[in-house]
Every structure is written in structure tokens, then in C-alpha cells.
Write a protein that binds this ligand. Structure first.
Ligand code: 5GP
Length: 196
């Protein structure tokens, strides 16, 4: 699909908050526009359909809806990493520590080992990519599982933060549907042309 639609939606309904935070609560992070999510899923399918994906991995909470709508196109299962308050002692889990700038603290993410292994070729999806800390936690879990990463799909990349460049430099196929180049204090948002 024409992902200008996501850019247009960000320009119409996104709100720029102090600290370079973009709020998209009314269609992606709190209220969900399912029609838009369906088109996002179709777009991820167009980009990654030849990459041998047999599982979609994301992180709670906002990644789940994106992952499910995308999985409808791939016909593969979704598994999501949990933001654990404490270490899960209920069975064997992969764990990685993520630093969150938005919340100014570290948190652990966990995934049951039985849901990810060497037989999996994963498409990792998330709503935002900023400093890349959350994505590095998911990549770390894939490494622990021996799973291969077939691609990484992001709805909104903040191109002025280093996560995207670092992950591309590592050689991953990273597709961001909208890349924010800059956000002004007056609310104006500029986009970079996406790669795919
Ligand atoms: P990173 O780890 O790449 O710095 O940040 C990724 C995570 O932080 C995303 O999963 C998202 O939840 C949150 N995040 C980072 N920047 C923003 C932002 O500008 N707006 C919103 N809504 N979430 C953000």
C-alpha cells in the first residue's frame, strides 16, 4: 500500500511532546485504527514475503496489535516478549535487559524458551524505533534462542536517534514505514523517504 497514509496520519493526529516524544495515542498506542493496522500488515507482508518468515516476534503492549494484523497476511504465529516486573521462575525463559529513555529506567524482557528456537526465522515488529534499546533486547533474545532474523519492521522510526542506523549497519533488513527526520517545537514534522 501507499504508506504515505501513515505519514499523513502522523501529521494529522500525532502530537509532539517535550523530549522529542511523538504521541500517536489516537491510532497506534492507545486507541487503535484497525483499518490502518490492516494496511500496515499488508505493507509488511509486501516487503518481507520472500524472506522465509515462519514466526513474528514483538514486545508488549503496542507491538501486539501490529504483529497480529501482520500475521494474518503471513499465516504464522505471533509471540511477544513480556516486560517482566520480576524474573519469571515459571519454566525456562530467555531474558534481556532494556534501558528505556522514555521511562528513565531499566526493565527486563522475557520470553518462554519453548516459543522460540533454532528452527525459527523471525520477523521482528514494533511500533517505534528510537535509540534501538528495545530492538536490541529482542535481537538478543533471538541470539539466545538460535533463531535467525529474517527482517525487522517498524511503524515509526525516529531517524534523528541512532537506533535505525546502528541496526542497518549490522546488516539487518530493516523497513520503517514512516521515518521522522525532525520534529519542531511548533509541532511540525518532517519525514525522510523510506527505503522499501
Ligand atoms: P528505543 O528503545 O528504540 O529507544 O525506543 C523504543 C520504544 O520506546 C518503543 O517501543 C516505544 O514504546 C518507545 N518510544 C520511543 N520513542 C517514542 C516516541 O517518540 N513516542 C512513543 N509513543 N513511544 C516511543
Amino acid at each position: 500500500m501507499e504508506m504515505k497514509l501513515l505519514e499523513e496520519r502522523i501529521m494529522r493526529d500525532g502530537q509532539v511532546r517535550p523530549g522529542n516524544v511523538l504521541k500517536v495515542d489516537c491510532f497506534l498506542n492507545h486507541q487503535l485504527d484497525v483499518e490502518l493496522l490492516d494496511q500496515i500488515g499488508a505493507e509488511f507482508y509486501r516487503i518481507f514475503k520472500e524472506d522465509g518468515i515462519n514466526k513474528i516476534l514483538t514486545i508488549e503492549a503496542s507491538g501486539i496489535a501490529i504483529a497480529c494484523m501482520t500475521a494474518r497476511h503471513f499465516n504464522v504465529p505471533v509471540v511477544f516478549a513480556k516486560k517482566a516486573k520480576s524474573k519469571n521462575i515459571d519454566g525456562d525463559v530467555y531474558t534481556s535487559t532494556v534501558h528505556s529513555y522514555t521511562y528513565g529506567r531499566d526493565y527486563d524482557i522475557t520470553l518462554a524458551q519453548k516459543f522460540l528456537g533454532p528452527q525459527d526465522r523471525v520477523l521482528i515488529l514494533d511500533d517505534f524505533l528510537a535509540n534501538g534499546k528495545a530492538m536490541n533486547g529482542l535481537l538478543d533474545i533471538c541470539r539466545q534462542a538460535g533463531a535467525s532474523v529474517g527482517g525487522i519492521g517498524i511503524c515509526i522510526e525516529k531517524g534523528f536517534q541512532p537506533g535505525g542506523a546502528e541496526i542497518r549497519a549490522e546488516g539487518y533488513k530493516l523497513a520503517s514505514l514512516a521515518i521522522v527526520e525532525s520534529m519542531g517545537d511548533n509541532g511540525e514534522i518532517c519525514f525522510r523517504e523510506p527505503e522499501f
